[in-house]
Design a protein around this ligand. Structure first.
Ligand code: 1HN
Length: 347
């Protein structure tokens, strides 16, 4: 491997002339753009403690009425990527959103795709294209690109959920925008997608002869995901991952185009070392506590905490309880990387 020429090796007059003509010599920059063996990663292994975020989010509820916020969110921003860029990883936007009783977050739709993972509270709902989806702790709700969505809260006490969006990608492509709309009229069966599609291996008969819906299933109830993980745990060897992916029940493929979603169960006392991957990822702790090690950085996690890991990271996750399982919600950008043809696992 030969040493590449440096910028300083070029005459000043030539460099200035290139600049004046909007030209850049590649060779002094080539190794930065294309490092050997492993990408340059600015993403820092980062943990946001729910105990730190929650009081600040509730304070936002006092300081800023919903009308002044549209969406009342504190963004989980990775310090390695610059807080203003609002990236948990290069591809994943994360925020914790608060809605208070009787508030509504107005109807809109946009080019980025979003999911909501409910963290606490009862009585929240999201309306998607006229379908009212209840939001119970642990539920995953999809609001894909282009679909109208609004939120409301008819219960008591705060409702808080984790928003995950592919915003960094869509914004980076200068393609992120939104449209506002009048409040939706409820027109579908409430929670109808879930009623029709939630059982793996069973789909509505009519769906076989009608055009594919792009997003047939919009809500994945935690109660059922948790039970399915418990069943899977009976047949997976200790130390192997008990992990279920949230997919489109008609195609079996990832349920969203850019970001992927899955749930992991760690049995009491279990430690797992997921295969090293080219995808960046986030873990949100649904239940339990333990330790995660990301590229040598150790982080202790508790319920509702959220953790970001860079691409190509070496990860180890340990459930520190010898009595109770731990459950994690995982977000990654593997769907996008697979589509773009460079997804890798380094087994
Ligand atoms: C959005 O539409 C929501 O609908 C939340 O609740 C957070 C962050 C960036 C762009 C759109 C929502 C968002 C967002």
């Amino acid at each position: 491997m030969s040493e590449l020429g440096r910028l300083e090796d070029l005459p000043l007059e030539y460099r200035q002339d290139l600049t004046a003509n909007n030209l850049v010599a590649l060779w002094p920059n080539l190794r930065a753009a294309l490092p050997y063996a492993i990408p340059t990663r600015k993403t820092k292994p980062t943990l946001w403690r729910y105990a730190d975020v929650r009081p600040r989010l509730l304070r936002a509820g006092e300081l800023t009425p919903i009308e002044k916020a549209e969406r009342r969110v504190l963004v989980l921003a990775n310090p390695g990527l610059g807080l203003d860029n609002m990236q948990a990883t290069p591809s994943i936007y994360l925020g914790l959103q608060l809605i208070l009783p009787r508030e509504t977050a107005p109807n809109h739709r946009h080019s980025p795709s979003a999911v909501r993972f409910v963290v606490e509270g009862e009585g929240g709902f999201t309306m998607v294209e006229g379908e009212r989806l209840p939001m119970e702790p642990g539920d995953l709700i999809l609001t894909p690109a282009g679909l109208w969505h609004e939120h409301g809260h008819t219960g008591a006490g705060p409702v808080i959920w984790l928003d995950a969006l592919d915003l960094p990608m869509v914004y980076g492509l200068e393609a992120s925008y939104c449209t506002e709309g009048a409040p939706q009229v409820q027109r579908n069966q409430p929670d109808g997608s879930q009623t029709r599609y939630r059982r793996a291996g069973l789909v509505p008969y009519r769906s076989l002869s009608t055009p594919r819906e792009k997003y047939p299933l919009l809500r994945f109830p935690w109660r059922e995901v948790r039970a399915a993980l418990g069943d899977l745990a009976q047949v997976v060897n200790i130390g192997d991952l008990v992990q279920l992916a949230y997919v489109n029940p008609q195609t079996g493929e990832e349920c969203m185009p850019i970001l992927g979603f899955s749930a992991i169960m760690l049995r009491p006392g279990e430690t797992v070392a997921p295969v090293k991957r080219s995808a960046s990822c986030v873990f949100h702790v649904i239940e339990g506590e333990g330790d995660v090690e990301i590229d040598g950085t150790s982080l202790r996690f508790a319920q509702n905490d959220t953790i970001a890991a860079p691409t190509h990271a070496k990860i180890r996750i340990a459930n520190s309880s010898s009595k109770s399982p731990a459950y994690l919600f995982q977000i990654d950008d593997a769907p996008m990387q697979r589509k773009l043809g460079f997804y890798e696992e380094f087994g």
